[in-house]
Design a protein around this ligand. Sequence first.
Ligand code: 13P
Length: 345
Amino acid sequence: MGAFRVSLQTLVATVQSILASDKGLLAMDESTSTCNKRFAEIGIPQTVEFRRAYRELIISTPGLGDSIGGVILYDETIRQKTESGIPFLNLLADAGIVPGIKVDAGTTELAGHPAEKITEGLDRLRERLSEYAQMGARFAKWRSVITIGNDRPSLGCLEANAHDLARYAALCQEAGLVPIVEPEVLMDGDHSLQRCAEVTEQTLHTVFDQLYRQGVALEGMILKPNMVLPGQLCPAQSSVNDVADATVNTLFRTVPAAVPAVAFLSGGQSAQDASARLNAMNIRFRSRMPWVLAFSFARAIQQPALEIWRGEKSNTELAQRALSHRASCNRSARRGEYSAALEDR
Ligand code: 13P
């Protein structure tokens, strides 16, 4: 860990400034193909200008910085400006929001492991991190994907992904950037809550073992895991409290107390489910958790706003209100103060 000690204080301060005052993270780092896919689903043209306009809508949402302490950007977005020529990075600085950057290059098939994925992007990562740090990014994100199925995940898949996450995290800390370490166990399939808990536990054990081996300072990172959920096709869906208990108990078994913060991905849950589940975890376990339990949602914050906007300028204000509402609901969930009644305002 020696070489990292120099900047550990900086990393710790970055984590604190992102998550201060019960704020959370907004992921708006969809790759071009993912963003285009979301646009296509609701008939928005898939052009660079529509992507820019949508990201401007998000970043210029009035009061966004009241609930969001950090946003995760994508390479295209971090270089963009508003229609009136203000760099997005300046707008974020004015709102008091810390900018971060997705640095993985997406997933591909893992050779020799049918239906399993590996994330690309380690080649030349040191140089890319240095460029992003110079541009003003203070943290980074790398997502690995774990699939549940017959005989899956394999040990080979778990270990390869954990190793890559750890190498990425070590490079981030060397560059003075906080790594968001995101091993996502997917909701796809008909597996039970219990099976997701087992796989998530195995995944997180493997990831923290590799983080240790690569000398990553746990105090200077954020873990971004999935919530423990039954598969989308599982006939037995679980209550909010059962999800909260399964998730936090899995984290207790696997996430060292030195990690300052856990910020969940939403993974395809509805926006309201994601808020209610995070809220229940904070109500039921707050006094026992060594880490802050926060959010780093993309779809569960953005989707209602995207569906209102539909690429029409005249819908911008309403869409921004929906975005701001979701961000604020999730801030309430961090405090254990969310309730369905908040949705009717
Ligand atoms: P979702 O919240 O839509 O799962 O996205 C989070 C994310 O950043 C995926 O990498």
